[in-house]
Design a protein around this ligand. Sequence first.
Ligand code: PLP
Length: 409
Amino acid sequence: MSRFENHVTHLECSKTGQRYEAGEVHGLSDAGKPLLVRYDLDALARSIDKKTLKNRTGGFWRYREFLPVRHDENIIRLGEEMTPLARCHHLEKDHGITGEILVKDEGRLPTGSFKARGLAMAVAMAKELGISRIAMPTNGNAGAALSAYGAQAGMECFIFCPADTPDTNVREIAMQGAKVYRVNGLIDDCGKLVGAGKEPMGWFDFSTLKEPYRIEGKKTMGLELAEQLGWQVPDVIFYPTGGGTGLIGMWKAFDELEKIGWIGSKRPRMVAVQAAGCAPIVKAWEDGADHAPRWENAHTVAAGIRVPQAVGDFLILDAVRTSNGFAIAVEDDAIEDARARCAARDGVLLCPETAATLAAYEQALQDGRVGRDERVVLFNCGSGLKYPMPDKSITLDKDAPMDWDSFGK
Ligand SMILES: *Cc1c(COP(=O)(O)O)cnc(C)c1O
């Protein structure tokens, strides 16, 4: 190689290990399972060191050598930054924590959610492979990220979301140039429309894990987290799990980092958090099953994790089990309570999905599955500002006499 392009050797079926060529358009494997990108890790390790990396800017694109993009001109930038780890000092005090509660605030990314990581990568790869028409089902944030990166890449995007998707998301998607459709169903119903339109519309299916590169984008969460902690992993990661791309991606990141000798064999316990109204992975975990059947009548305030069925279910369950983690469901009341407390106590406004992880963490502290001395990371996957908030303001009449005694009560 005269100059750096990438270190991809091939793609591999996550179930059967069947090999697929890089540089070609792929969806699911012949077995109907997600494809994983494989790299020449020795070459990767020789091409980059921690110090070089440290001096780079550009958010997740800093991990260029770990990524599948071949030509630099296909990289699309909207101002990516490394997302901060916010520490919840007051919540730590409230719970008598001697470890740490860290919130990785992914809401700082372009389009206000961590979907930017996956979709930036998938769009860059689509551009590289000559794809220009894309369709995708979404619960909101993925569509927002696709429309933004797709606009920058000059692609035509068709986005299908459940009718009750948060309004901010739906309008944001349209503003960023995509066609957006509200569908009277859930995200998997939207996914069926995308599948059905493939032939007549000639679009490429960008559904979660049905194209191989979103996972590589989400993988950068694991790389970035380890780097921020001084090439250490935390004790426990609580991840709000819908399609599970982030959990699977981080697990892959830790594996690759260990193989190139940048971290040791310690792994965080991976905890898949779902809402009680839509908990297929939790049920499968409890049943000791490898696959999670569709959850009927799915409902929760946490739109991003309202995913009745996940094509990568077995990969999520495998990471959870291998890491000695667990899967846990929380009620919507607990989600709203945790969201309000975290914002009021520590000034960290979580999205509802992440509030679910806080509620789950608190439950796990109580039942002893997580210790008070452990360093825990909650992923704030989207900006809290994108979701409805209760109105707690008090109306004042400037012309009436003020009842000062009532203030501050
Ligand atoms: C998409 C999304 C999730 C779920 O992420 P997966 O990786 O698909 O499991 C959680 N929270 C928010 C805010 C999301 O947008």
